[in-house]
Design a protein around this ligand. Structure first.
Ligand SMILES: [Zn+2]
Length: 81
C-alpha cells in the first residue's frame, strides 16, 4: 500500500471533515479517516479514546491489562411483575 505524507493526511482530514488530533499515547498527529480496528484505548467499559495507527500494538496490550484488572460490571435486569 502506498504511504501518503502526513501533510496530505492533514489536508484530507480537513477537507472531508474528519478530526485531526494528537495521539493519546505517542502524541503524533493523526486523522479520523485513519481510525480503524484496535485503535481505541479503553478508559472505561463504556468509553475510550482513539489512538493513531502506529499505536495499535501498544493499545492492545494496555486494553488487555485494563480488562484483566476491571472485571465486567454487573448487568441489571429489570423484571416486570
Ligand atoms: Zn500513537
Amino acid at each position: 500500500m502506498m504511504r501518503f505524507p502526513r501533510w496530505m493526511h492533514k489536508l484530507y482530514a480537513y477537507l472531508l471533515g474528519y478530526f485531526w488530533m494528537s495521539c493519546t499515547i505517542c502524541s503524533d498527529m493523526w486523522g479520523g479517516h485513519e481510525w480503524g480496528e484496535n485503535q481505541t484505548l479503553r478508559t472505561s467499559w463504556a468509553g475510550g479514546v482513539g489512538v493513531c495507527p502506529n499505536c495499535k500494538e501498544r493499545v492492545k496490550v494496555i486494553n488487555d491489562k485494563f480488562f484483566k484488572e476491571n472485571p465486567s460490571p454487573p448487568v441489571y435486569v429489570r423484571h416486570e411483575a
